[in-house]
Ligand binder design. Sequence first.
Ligand code: PGA
Length: 253
Amino acid sequence: MSKTKIIAGNWKMNANSNDAMHLVKTIQNQVLNYPTNNTVIVAPPFVYLPLVSNELNNNSSVKIAAQNCSQFNDGAYTGEVSATMLHDLNIPFVIIGHSERRQYFNEADEILLEKINQALNNNLKIIFCCGENLALRESNEYFSFIQNQLENTIFQLDENQIKNIIIAYEPIWAIGTGKTASPEQAQAIHAFIRALLTKAYGTDIAQQIPILYGGSVKPSNAKALLSCNDIDGALVGGASLNASDFIDIIYAI
Ligand code: PGA
């Protein structure tokens, strides 16, 4: 079975409206002949979602994601954006559990599970991030740490719900640092996550769930990472803000 491959660009809190338009137009023009089984996702800041989304053709291989959603449905939560609102704007994907949300906005596993449920209740597909920091990597406890992150969150889902999850393994020590996990290091974690999925949901489902790698992915290292058995794509931060670098990564698949 040929698996769906996904290259997702997380713009974080970057770009202005001109940059956003330029990026999405350039990317969309460059992927006209992209293999139909593969998907490109761009995740602009909330305020640019309508702008970017209006630029995308219905049948484009480029899809759009929000970078976050609220754990609440609606109400007096100043500054928050609900999954219902994203659904209302026809946004199909949302990133949940990015390490920057966990670290700077104190999003613990319990909150992330609430966000996951909000997103699923609104028919959104989720890019769910996990990954260890440098201290955990050096202490060799990262396998059990990642297992815990997953068991507290997405492994609470049933067989139908889990099919809406895309996992992104993003070692924090490799995010924005220029240090990338080697293909062997990344593959070892991806295989571990796949084995956990197999144990929890069986082989068929485990094989269908894309596991992306993220952390300083760039044109020079994308091919080696993306050719690993259990790496089904990439979640790209910095390099996704440069159209030509992002396109090189898209075609490294
Ligand atoms: P980076 O970010 O590619 O800039 O390291 C990846 C991410 O945070 O998703």
